[in-house]
Design a binder for this molecule. Structure first.
Ligand SMILES: [Zn+2]
Length: 223
Protein backbone atom coordinates (compact mmCIF):
# COMPACT_ATOMS: atom_id res chain seq x y z
CA UNK A 1 0.00 0.00 0.00
CA UNK A 2 2.33 2.72 -1.25
CA UNK A 3 -0.14 5.54 -0.39
CA UNK A 4 0.15 4.79 3.36
CA UNK A 5 3.81 5.64 3.65
CA UNK A 6 3.59 9.44 3.13
CA UNK A 7 0.99 9.66 5.91
CA UNK A 8 3.22 7.63 8.17
CA UNK A 9 6.16 9.92 7.40
CA UNK A 10 4.06 13.03 8.05
CA UNK A 11 2.89 11.56 11.36
CA UNK A 12 6.44 10.67 12.42
CA UNK A 13 7.70 14.11 11.38
CA UNK A 14 4.89 15.80 13.35
CA UNK A 15 5.75 13.74 16.40
CA UNK A 16 9.47 14.57 16.09
CA UNK A 17 8.62 18.26 15.71
CA UNK A 18 6.35 18.19 18.78
CA UNK A 19 9.15 16.51 20.75
CA UNK A 20 11.69 19.13 19.61
CA UNK A 21 9.36 21.98 20.62
CA UNK A 22 8.74 20.35 24.00
CA UNK A 23 12.49 19.84 24.58
CA UNK A 24 13.13 23.53 23.81
CA UNK A 25 10.36 24.78 26.07
CA UNK A 26 11.20 22.48 28.98
CA UNK A 27 14.49 20.65 28.40
CA UNK A 28 14.49 17.26 30.17
CA UNK A 29 16.57 17.40 33.36
CA UNK A 30 17.68 14.94 36.05
CA UNK A 31 15.10 14.85 38.89
CA UNK A 32 17.86 14.94 41.51
CA UNK A 33 20.42 17.45 40.13
CA UNK A 34 18.96 19.14 37.01
CA UNK A 35 21.75 17.85 34.68
CA UNK A 36 20.41 17.43 31.12
CA UNK A 37 19.04 13.96 30.38
CA UNK A 38 17.22 12.20 27.56
CA UNK A 39 13.46 12.71 27.80
CA UNK A 40 12.88 9.05 28.70
CA UNK A 41 15.32 9.20 31.65
CA UNK A 42 14.50 10.33 35.20
CA UNK A 43 18.10 10.52 36.48
CA UNK A 44 21.46 11.38 34.90
CA UNK A 45 24.05 8.55 34.85
CA UNK A 46 25.94 9.53 38.07
CA UNK A 47 22.64 9.97 39.97
CA UNK A 48 21.21 6.72 38.57
CA UNK A 49 24.28 4.91 39.97
CA UNK A 50 23.18 5.90 43.51
CA UNK A 51 19.71 4.33 43.18
CA UNK A 52 19.16 1.08 45.08
CA UNK A 53 16.18 -0.83 43.75
CA UNK A 54 14.21 -2.73 46.38
CA UNK A 55 13.05 -6.33 46.35
CA UNK A 56 9.28 -6.13 46.77
CA UNK A 57 8.06 -8.70 49.28
CA UNK A 58 4.44 -9.79 49.59
CA UNK A 59 2.51 -7.65 52.07
CA UNK A 60 5.02 -4.77 52.03
CA UNK A 61 4.26 -1.58 50.05
CA UNK A 62 5.47 -1.75 46.45
CA UNK A 63 8.42 0.64 46.22
CA UNK A 64 10.67 1.72 43.38
CA UNK A 65 13.81 2.03 45.51
CA UNK A 66 15.28 2.31 48.98
CA UNK A 67 15.23 5.86 50.38
CA UNK A 68 18.69 7.31 49.75
CA UNK A 69 21.00 8.82 47.09
CA UNK A 70 19.36 10.46 44.11
CA UNK A 71 15.90 9.13 44.98
CA UNK A 72 15.98 10.89 48.38
CA UNK A 73 17.38 14.07 46.79
CA UNK A 74 14.63 14.11 44.14
CA UNK A 75 11.90 13.43 46.71
CA UNK A 76 13.16 16.23 48.98
CA UNK A 77 13.19 18.69 46.07
CA UNK A 78 9.72 17.51 45.05
CA UNK A 79 8.24 17.80 48.54
CA UNK A 80 10.06 20.70 50.19
CA UNK A 81 11.70 22.56 47.28
CA UNK A 82 8.58 23.81 45.54
CA UNK A 83 9.11 21.46 42.60
CA UNK A 84 5.67 19.99 41.87
CA UNK A 85 6.90 19.41 38.29
CA UNK A 86 8.94 16.46 39.60
CA UNK A 87 5.69 14.58 40.24
CA UNK A 88 5.65 13.43 36.64
CA UNK A 89 9.12 11.80 36.41
CA UNK A 90 8.83 10.35 39.93
CA UNK A 91 5.34 9.06 39.16
CA UNK A 92 6.81 7.40 36.11
CA UNK A 93 9.11 5.36 38.40
CA UNK A 94 6.05 4.20 40.31
CA UNK A 95 4.28 3.23 37.12
CA UNK A 96 7.15 0.88 36.24
CA UNK A 97 6.92 -0.96 39.58
CA UNK A 98 3.14 -1.25 39.45
CA UNK A 99 3.16 -2.57 35.88
CA UNK A 100 5.58 -5.32 36.92
CA UNK A 101 3.98 -6.32 40.21
CA UNK A 102 0.29 -5.39 40.11
CA UNK A 103 -0.68 -5.05 36.47
CA UNK A 104 -4.43 -4.64 36.91
CA UNK A 105 -5.86 -1.88 39.08
CA UNK A 106 -9.18 -0.04 38.60
CA UNK A 107 -8.47 3.22 40.37
CA UNK A 108 -5.57 5.24 41.81
CA UNK A 109 -5.94 7.01 45.18
CA UNK A 110 -3.31 9.22 46.86
CA UNK A 111 -2.61 9.42 50.60
CA UNK A 112 -4.26 12.74 51.49
CA UNK A 113 -2.61 15.65 53.28
CA UNK A 114 -4.33 17.37 56.17
CA UNK A 115 -5.99 20.56 54.80
CA UNK A 116 -3.69 22.74 56.91
CA UNK A 117 -0.58 21.05 55.45
CA UNK A 118 -2.03 21.31 51.94
CA UNK A 119 -2.55 25.05 52.42
CA UNK A 120 1.07 25.42 53.60
CA UNK A 121 2.68 23.45 50.74
CA UNK A 122 0.22 24.36 48.03
CA UNK A 123 0.12 20.82 46.61
CA UNK A 124 -0.21 17.25 47.78
CA UNK A 125 2.91 15.44 46.57
CA UNK A 126 1.17 12.03 46.76
CA UNK A 127 -1.68 13.33 44.58
CA UNK A 128 0.77 14.48 41.87
CA UNK A 129 2.47 11.06 41.90
CA UNK A 130 -0.92 9.34 41.80
CA UNK A 131 -1.97 11.54 38.85
CA UNK A 132 1.17 10.60 36.89
CA UNK A 133 0.74 6.89 37.70
CA UNK A 134 -2.97 6.97 36.76
CA UNK A 135 -2.19 8.67 33.43
CA UNK A 136 0.47 6.13 32.58
CA UNK A 137 -1.60 3.13 33.70
CA UNK A 138 -4.60 4.61 31.88
CA UNK A 139 -6.98 4.21 34.84
CA UNK A 140 -9.02 6.88 36.69
CA UNK A 141 -7.64 8.93 39.57
CA UNK A 142 -9.78 9.50 42.67
CA UNK A 143 -7.74 12.32 44.19
CA UNK A 144 -10.23 13.11 46.95
CA UNK A 145 -11.40 9.60 47.79
CA UNK A 146 -9.76 9.75 51.23
CA UNK A 147 -9.79 12.52 53.83
CA UNK A 148 -7.22 13.01 56.58
CA UNK A 149 -9.10 13.80 59.75
CA UNK A 150 -6.05 14.58 61.88
CA UNK A 151 -2.67 16.10 61.08
CA UNK A 152 -0.34 13.17 61.83
CA UNK A 153 2.79 14.55 60.23
CA UNK A 154 4.86 14.43 63.41
CA UNK A 155 5.57 10.73 62.77
CA UNK A 156 9.35 11.16 62.49
CA UNK A 157 9.87 11.43 66.25
CA UNK A 158 7.84 8.28 67.01
CA UNK A 159 8.77 4.60 67.22
CA UNK A 160 7.16 1.89 65.08
CA UNK A 161 4.27 0.99 67.44
CA UNK A 162 3.58 4.63 68.26
CA UNK A 163 3.41 5.49 64.56
CA UNK A 164 0.69 2.89 63.99
CA UNK A 165 -1.31 4.19 66.97
CA UNK A 166 -0.80 7.80 65.86
CA UNK A 167 -2.31 7.27 62.39
CA UNK A 168 -4.94 4.66 63.25
CA UNK A 169 -8.40 6.01 62.31
CA UNK A 170 -6.84 9.22 60.98
CA UNK A 171 -8.37 8.63 57.51
CA UNK A 172 -11.86 8.12 56.19
CA UNK A 173 -13.26 7.45 52.70
CA UNK A 174 -15.26 10.35 51.33
CA UNK A 175 -16.96 8.55 48.44
CA UNK A 176 -17.55 4.86 49.27
CA UNK A 177 -19.66 4.30 46.16
CA UNK A 178 -16.69 5.02 43.87
CA UNK A 179 -14.61 2.47 45.77
CA UNK A 180 -16.98 -0.45 46.06
CA UNK A 181 -15.65 -3.62 44.42
CA UNK A 182 -12.62 -1.75 43.07
CA UNK A 183 -8.99 -2.83 43.07
CA UNK A 184 -7.27 0.35 44.27
CA UNK A 185 -3.66 1.46 43.89
CA UNK A 186 -2.85 3.62 46.92
CA UNK A 187 0.08 6.02 46.44
CA UNK A 188 2.43 7.86 48.79
CA UNK A 189 5.88 9.38 48.26
CA UNK A 190 7.81 7.65 51.07
CA UNK A 191 6.95 4.85 53.51
CA UNK A 192 8.89 4.27 56.70
CA UNK A 193 6.98 1.77 58.83
CA UNK A 194 4.10 1.66 56.37
CA UNK A 195 1.74 2.86 59.15
CA UNK A 196 0.17 5.65 57.07
CA UNK A 197 -0.39 3.43 54.01
CA UNK A 198 -1.85 0.75 56.22
CA UNK A 199 -4.28 3.16 57.94
CA UNK A 200 -5.40 4.43 54.50
CA UNK A 201 -5.80 0.85 53.24
CA UNK A 202 -8.06 0.07 56.23
CA UNK A 203 -10.25 3.09 55.40
CA UNK A 204 -10.54 2.02 51.74
CA UNK A 205 -11.37 -1.59 52.62
CA UNK A 206 -13.93 -0.42 55.16
CA UNK A 207 -15.54 1.66 52.39
CA UNK A 208 -15.87 -1.45 50.19
CA UNK A 209 -12.69 -1.60 48.08
CA UNK A 210 -12.12 -5.19 46.90
CA UNK A 211 -8.35 -4.99 47.15
CA UNK A 212 -5.76 -2.29 47.91
CA UNK A 213 -2.19 -2.32 46.59
CA UNK A 214 -0.02 0.07 48.61
CA UNK A 215 2.85 1.79 46.83
CA UNK A 216 5.48 4.48 47.33
CA UNK A 217 8.47 5.81 45.41
CA UNK A 218 10.91 4.99 48.22
CA UNK A 219 10.94 2.83 51.29
CA UNK A 220 12.95 4.15 54.23
CA UNK A 221 14.44 2.13 57.10
CA UNK A 222 13.05 -1.37 57.47
CA UNK A 223 9.96 -0.51 55.45
ZN1 LIG B 1 21.60 13.88 38.33
Amino acid sequence: MPHVRPFLLVSLAARALARAVLDTLSPPACAACDAPVRRDRVFCAPCAASVHRTANEPGAPLAFAAYGGAVAAALRRFKYGERPDLGRPLGHLLRGVVREQAPEVDLVVPVPLHPRKLAERGYNQAALLAQAAADELDVPLAARALVRLRDTTQQASLGRAERHTNVARAFVARSPRALQGRKVLLVDDVATTGATLSACRDALVEAGARDVITSCVARAGDG
